[in-house]
Write a protein that binds this ligand. Structure first.
Ligand SMILES: [Cu+2]
Length: 108
């Protein structure tokens, strides 16, 4: 009996470690002319909300043009669902030096 609860505990700890490794809220903040976090890893099918916390307008535009938020004013947010695994590089069309990346893993 003791062995079983020990392994159950191990599974629980492992699950929590996995959860901790994956950012809980899939939100990218746009602040101080930067995407935060600049690289976000998610599973296929998950949604990411881009929240403009800056005083400037920004966009979330895929480098390959596969998605584009268009202009996001201060305080606005935009949500996109990433269905296919891959690495999606994006930038701000108004400030092209602002760059970010979404890494989409297969959801299994
Ligand atoms: Cu911008």
């Amino acid at each position: 009996m003791k062995k079983i609860s020990t392994s159950l505990l191990a599974v629980l700890v492992a699950s929590f470690a996995l959860l901790a490794a994956t950012p809980g809220a899939r939100i990218v903040h746009v602040k101080d002319f930067a995407f935060q976090p600049a690289t976000l890893t998610i599973s296929a099918g998950q949604r990411v909300t881009f929240q403009n916390d800056d005083d400037e307008a920004h966009t979330v535009t895929a480098t390959d043009k596969s998605f584009d938020s268009a202009g996001l004013d201060s305080g606005q947010s935009w949500t996109h669902t990433f269905d296919k695994p891959g690495t999606y590089a994006y930038f701000c069309a108004l400030h092209p030096y602002m760059k970010g990346k979404i890494i989409v893993k297969s959801s299994q």
